[in-house]
Design a binder for this molecule. Sequence first.
Ligand SMILES: Nc1ncnc2c1ncn2[C@@H]1O[C@H](COP(=O)(O)OP(=O)(O)OP(=O)(O)O)[C@@H](O)[C@H]1O
Ligand SMILES: [Mg+2]
Length: 503
Amino acid sequence: MGFSVEVLAKIAIELQRDIGHQDRFARLIATLRQALGCDASALLRYEAHQFIPLAIDGLAQDVLGRRFALAGHPRLEAIARAGDVVRFPADSDLPDPYDGLIPGQESLKVHACVGLPLFAGQNLIGALTLDGMSADRFDNFSDEELRLIAALVAGALNNALLIAQLESQNVLPGENNGYGQAPGQEMIGLSESMVQLKKEIAIVAASDLNVLIGGETGTGKELVAKAIHEGSARAASPLVYLNCAALPESVAESELFGHVKGAFTGAISHRSGKFEMADNGTLFLDEIGELSLALQAKLLRVLQYGDIQRVGDDRSLRVNVRVLAATNRDLREEVLAGRFRADLFHRLSVFPLSVPPLRERGDDVVLLAGYFCEQCRVRFGLAQVVLSPGARAHLAGYGWPGNVRELEHAIHRAVVLARATTTGDDVVLEAKHFTLHDQPAPVTSVALPPDNTNLREATGRFQREMITRALAQSEGNWAASARRLETDVAHLHRLAQRLGLKA
Ligand SMILES: Nc1ncnc2c1ncn2[C@@H]1O[C@H](COP(=O)(O)OP(=O)(O)OP(=O)(O)O)[C@@H](O)[C@H]1O
Ligand SMILES: [Mg+2]
């Protein structure tokens, strides 16, 4: 009573189609769901102790962004350990990772569940999961038949992984976890602009060029810098981080280049600078747009001649450092305005990368939402965190001026809110748990202070409120607040000090 030869032939043909891996897997999963009559199916790859969905059918789209750590999913762990077909009893008390994620059945638990581990030789490379809402859904299929399916799919998955590795373009989800090293944080996203960015990262990582990473606040520039370093020949050497916006002018030079004992008051011993620490590795200069013109000149010198001078030392020291720089300013404009050196800009921007804003990434918003839901589930020890269809639509329709960071915080806040009003361990995020405003509420009129206030005092009050609001909207980041207020960051610091907002 199992499969017909036709069904198997169809599966084999789907696996051979000459289309992108992603599409091929999607079609395969759809074919399987039809042939087996299940309500949901998923193809997952296994890497670094987690299962990563490659294709899903009959499941909420945000599942594609979820990463299932073995440690947090006993059912998947059982599949990983089994070595063969696993049929979970309908009354199994192991929670199903897809509970609440089958559209139209949000409140129902999954009933029939089969897991097929996928192997390449002895190595676990993935799993196929089949879920049904009725308990006897898969009784008609023998273990023999399911093993045959698993073998076909494992072969195809292994080929796809090998090809992706050969092309080393990191376009399959999970690919940029880094082979052999501590897994870096994965960059979630399947939209065209993100796939393109990942290809560019792979290309530029392999070169030894300096890279300028542009993009709005919260788009993931720091993740891009890490991915470039991890994909480069310098991966085994350190990636050293320096935030140029948080660098007081007085210590900046010593931070970058180090100093010798006695170089200035307080220099009680030798100290290496970031360039020395990053020798043979990578130096990530974050918010490079905030670097003073004087330091820009010194940085240019290092990039030109490859040597540095410690403060208070007239000898020079050779260093071999690759510089990655990030900014959310338009450096071209900064150059035109005379705030950034043109020659440094050209040195840094041999290979400019631009991280697209979240609003240009289509369905990635939903994938990222799923990713952060799963993170919160683990962090708060919840059984499940799902998005209601209303919440999903709400998130997809919003403009995300704060990009991925804003989404991450919005999900986090929503989980905290929803949890406060939920009994039990299953949290459903509704639209009402999100308070998203594309634009700050328009100021139609300003409430005037009492009659006896002088102009200076009133202006101060107003400035204080504006700055406090900008800081709140920028997660306390001064450079971002300055941009929001369209003022210079150094000026903002001084103003905030004068207004008593800052020590
Ligand atoms: N594609 C992505 N997948 C998963 N997490 C992401 C992704 N992009 C960004 N994040 C997360 O969003 C947050 C913001 O990212 P990041 O700090 O890299 O932004 P940024 O571009 O450096 O912003 P800023 O200009 O404000 O410094 C981080 O927690 C990061 O891990
Ligand atoms: Mg950053």
